[in-house]
Each structure stands twice: as structure tokens, then as C-alpha cells.
Design a protein around this ligand. Structure first.
Ligand SMILES: *Cc1c(COP(=O)(O)O)cnc(C)c1O
Length: 235
């Protein structure tokens, strides 16, 4: 039996190798991309191993699950992002735990972030989640709604928009996801003049399609099972 450490080490080596190939193909440098360990359903033990291998950025989908791990691993210098659907009644807690919220997907949430951030007297870096496949089951702002949305939240001075994120439709063949990543990059370029130099992150690509995402401009790839192995229900 291989130890957890050996398994993760091997997974990470494969990931870096694929990443390097994608970078070469796209003429990008490896340091323009950060790997986020998508650690929902993964144990603190695995997160610690991944950290020791060199991953410093992790993302959690549920506030309660995240809180447990963040507290348990507080002795490590981890940057934690929130990447799940955020309920408004969990915003306060989330702001105390996570340094970036990647899933701003609706006005009510923006309003609550502004309110809680004001109380804490802090500024909150967020990514706007885009429903790039316009799927009714998925969260996010559509391309058509984005300008309106930005206009509506423009008075929320505690919210700092640092980028866009998406979870595109699942396709067996990752090549079929490419057009969505291209759309994301185009949208990013279109909004950049309005959002300035702080607007620099494009969070896209998961275990299944990260090489394509990198070829199309991702700056953060969110990797779960390709790094940690299968998720558990009670990590
Ligand atoms: C779970 C999750 C991921 C990682 O998915 P994998 O297929 O395990 O790589 C990435 N992003 C979000 C928003 C997720 O919920």
C-alpha cells in the first residue's frame, strides 16, 4: 500500500507536468498560475500533506466544514478561499475565515457582504461567479447581466472585485469546454478597462479540464480529486 503522502506526491507531480505542458503550448509562465486545492470532502491530514508539497492556497465549499479545517490547520500559513454557494446568513462567519470569496453570484449576497464588511471595517476581495453555460441549475451572473450587476453593486465600497470565476458545463471531452473558457477570457478582457489593475484573476478549470483552462488564460485552477483522490462524505 502506498502512503497518503506518496499518493499525493505522485498526483501533484502529474499535475505539475501537465501544467507545464499546457504553459508551453500557450506560451505562458508557470508562475502566472496558482493551484488551489479544492479540499471539500478531504481530510485536514491530506491538506497538510498538499501544503508541504507546495500548495499554499485552498478552497472550501461549506462554511461549517471549512471552519473546522481552518481552525485545525491554523498553524500553517494557508490562504483560504470560499468557493461554494454562500448563504447570506453565513457571510459574517465566512468573512472571518476566508480571505477571498470566489462566488459572488447575486445582489443580495453583495449587499450582505458590504454590510458585514463595514462592521468589521474591512475590504473584501471577491470574484464574480459567471454562469457561463447559462445553465438554470447553476449559480452565477450571465454574460448578458454582468454590466447591470456591476452597476448595481458599484456603491458597495467594501467589495473589491479582483476577478471572475466559473464552473462551466460538464463535458466528457474537455475540448468541448474550451469555448466556455474562451468566452470567460473575452468577458474578462471586456471588463478589465472598467475594473482596473486589481481585476486580475480568472479562476477556472477543475481536475477534468484544467489544461484547457490554462491554455485559455486561467490564473487560478481549482483542483480536487486529481490532487487529493476521491472525496469522502465526512472528511
Ligand atoms: C469541487 C469543486 C472543484 C474541484 O473539482 P474536482 O473535479 O474535484 O477537481 C472546483 N471548483 C468548485 C467550485 C468545486 O466545488
Amino acid at each position: 500500500m502506498q502512503s497518503l503522502k506518496e499518493v499525493l506526491k505522485r498526483n501533484y507531480a502529474i499535475l505539475l507536468d501537465n501544467l507545464q505542458k499546457a504553459c508551453l503550448k500557450a506560451g505562458r509562465s508557470m508562475d502566472s498560475i496558482r493551484v488551489l486545492g479544492a479540499s471539500k470532502g478531504q481530510s485536514p491530514e491530506k491538506i497538510k500533506i498538499a501544503y508541504e508539497l507546495g500548495i499554499k492556497l485552498f478552497g472550501e465549499n461549506y462554511v461549517q466544514e471549512g471552519e473546522k479545517k481552518i481552525k485545525e490547520l491554523s498553524f500553517l500559513n494557508i490562504e483560504w478561499h470560499f468557493i461554494g454557494r454562500l448563504q447570506t446568513n453565513k457571510v459574517k462567519k465566512a468573512l472571518n475565515l476566508f480571505s477571498v470569496l470566489q462566488t459572488l453570484d447575486r445582489y443580495d449576497l453583495a449587499k450582505e457582504i458590504q454590510k458585514q464588511a463595514e462592521k468589521l471595517n474591512k475590504s473584501v476581495p471577491v470574484l464574480i461567479e459567471i454562469n457561463i453555460g447559462e445553465e438554470p441549475t447553476k449559480a452565477g451572473i450571465t454574460k448578458g447581466e454582468i454590466e447591470d450587476f456591476l452597476e448595481k453593486i458599484s456603491n458597495f465600497n467594501r467589495i473589491k472585485i479582483i476577478g471572475l470565476m466559473c464552473l462551466p458545463p460538464y463535458k466528457e471531452n474537455p475540448e468541448e469546454v474550451r469555448p466556455y473558457f474562451v468566452e470567460m477570457r473575452k468577458l474578462f478582457e471586456r471588463l478589465k478597462p472598467y475594473l482596473g489593475s486589481e481585476f486580475r484573476e480568472l479562476s477556472m478549470g477543475t481536475s477534468h479540464d484544467y489544461t484547457v483552462a490554462v491554455e485559455e488564460g486561467a490564473t487560478i485552477i481549482r483542483i480536487g480529486e486529481a490532487l487529493f483522490g476521491k472525496r469522502e462524505r465526512n472528511p
